[in-house]
Write a protein that binds this ligand. Structure first.
Ligand code: 6GU
Length: 245
């Protein structure tokens, strides 16, 4: 997969080269290019923003600069090839979910356009949408200063789904959200720590009992922390033992 990120703070994306993602890049599973938006300015001040039409606080990112940047970064899409998907992180976007991470993981190219200030002139997004799929995406109900941290979160969620990126692919299959529930608690050695014992069932060797116990803890935790997820499960997702809980 090829990933391009356009930003006025390229240094913000340095963590993409660390740890799991860094290894995926080194292994050739992902290639990442980070582009400085100011490359496509033509004035001495390299201005990327201007006052909003209609008034109000803050600044809006100028369309000319973004238009040239996206033309250059996307490049000529060979005929017969699909254009990349453009992802625009914004608190006004559609909430990013694990299902979207799976959709993005199936793409061969992703381009991220990081806005700052009050956002990017809407015509940039509307114009891009005439020649490529465009998603305006939020990573949660709070406001960040810019899209860069959202890109880090989205790229990490997508990259770990790519074949070969995780050492043990089973970890992705057992995630929170893969069955619509939050994962329950986990334990490792020692057996007792600060007077707290590991639940007996996990040391019983009874795999059926362990699976049932984990399922119950996942259901309890989801009910307590994310009742909205439980309510959204299809009726077939719960068995008789689940309902008895
Ligand atoms: Cl994607 N961008 C910004 N600036 N703030 C956010 C966000 C994105 N998602 C939640 N808050």
């Amino acid at each position: 997969m090829r990933i391009d990120v356009v930003t006025i703070f390229p240094g913000y994306l340095a963590p993409l080269r660390e740890a799991l993602l860094g290894r995926a890049i080194d292994a050739g599973l992902i290639s990442v290019a980070v582009h400085d938006l100011r490359t496509w300015t033509h004035d001495v001040h390299q201005a990327v923003d201007d006052a909003p039409y209609g008034g109000g606080p803050g600044m809006v990112m100028r369309p000319q600069v973004w238009g040239e940047a996206l033309d250059a970064v996307v490049g000529d899409v060979p005929s017969g090839e699909a254009p990349p998907r453009l992802i625009v992180p914004t608190p006004a976007g559609r909430p990013f979910t694990q299902a979207m991470a799976h959709e993005y993981a199936a793409e061969s190219r992703l381009v991220f356009a990081c806005g700052r200030y009050e956002g990017i002139d809407q015509r940039v997004i509307d114009d891009a949408a005439t020649w490529m799929p465009v998603d305006e995406v939020s990573i949660g109900d709070y406001v960040l200063v810019g899209g860069e941290v959202a890109v880090l979160a989205i790229v990490e969620a997508v990259a770990r789904l790519l074949p070969g990126v995780l050492g043990n692919p089973a970890s992705a299959e057992q995630d929170s959200f893969s069955d619509g529930l939050l994962e329950g608690p986990a334990y490792t050695r020692p057996e007792t720590w600060r007077g707290r014992a590991v639940p007996d069932v996990l040391r019983s060797g009874n795999h059926g009992a362990i699976a049932r116990w984990r399922r119950d803890r996942a259901l309890e935790r989801t009910a307590a922390r994310r009742p909205d997820l439980l309510a959204a499960l299809p009726p077939t997702a719960l068995d008789r033992a689940d309902r008895a809980l």
